[in-house]
Design a protein around this ligand. Structure first.
Ligand code: BMP
Length: 214
């Protein structure tokens, strides 16, 4: 994944033609396009392949199963030209390792802590251990909450030079500059871009904010 704008678009629209239109419009400006269940369930996994013409596609299936099933899921995703996957770490080392093996050098991001308020109920108790797991299995990096820059700072101490990608910017209340200053490498932004009247303008505004503060 290139590191130029430091912005990853979360393309959670459920209309395939809208997804392709937005990707064509902003794909060259962002560093990656993240797709998950909303778009994949509505359009089929082939959308990953189609979006790959516009840039790196990060497949956010939050893979969370036994090692064999994780492997089967990851293989399908990579067969469709995904540049990376996002996986849960609470399933344990063997399950995450199965994804890393299936990725064959492509990107694997392990969720250390989520951005929404509910993350405080369970996952926050284990986020440092999940970040350590990412280091242990040689994942590409972790997902850390853009809504809690102080947690990004803390998790940065654990992961060293692994990449940190941070969702929760914009609608969820996080700020791109605060997340990047705290140690995130990339911010992930969805609704602020794809719900804007002009997604390209929203992307350009975010990029100028990012470059002013980093
Ligand atoms: P939005 O900017 O519209 O809030 O979108 C954020 C994106 O990041 C969504 O795709 C969401 O599923 C994802 N995400 C998140 O918001 N918090 C997390 O902790 C992990 C995520 O993958």
């Amino acid at each position: 994944m290139k590191k130029k704008s430091r912005l990853i678009l979360a393309l959670d629209v459920t209309d395939k033609s809208e997804a392709l239109r937005i990707a064509a419009d902003v794909g060259a400006l962002v560093d990656a396009i993240k797709v998950g269940y909303p778009l994949i369930l509505s359009s089929g996994l082939g959308i990953v392949n189609e979006l790959a013409q516009y840039g790196d596609v990060l497949c956010d299936l939050k893979i969370a199963d036994i090692p064999n099933t994780n492997r089967l899921i990851a293989e399908q995703v990579f067969k469709n030209r995904a540049a990376g996957v996002i996986v849960h770490g609470f399933t344990g080392k063997d399950s995450v390792e199965a994804c890393v093996a299936a990725a064959k050098g492509k990107d694997v991001f392990v969720i250390a802590e989520m951005s929404h308020p509910g993350a405080k109920q369970f996952i926050q108790f284990f986020s440092e251990a999940l970040a350590e797991l990412a280091v242990e299995v040689r994942a590409t990096g972790i997902v850390a909450p853009g809504t809690r820059p102080e947690r990004i700072k803390k998790l940065r101490e654990t992961v060293g030079d692994l990449l940190i990608i941070a969702p929760g910017i914009g609608v969820q209340g996080g700020s791109a500059s605060a997340a990047l200053t705290a140690g995130a490498d990339y911010v992930i932004v969805g609704r602020t871009i794809y719900e804007a009247q002009q997604p390209k303008k929203a992307v350009e505004e975010l990029i100028s904010q990012i470059h002013m503060h980093s």
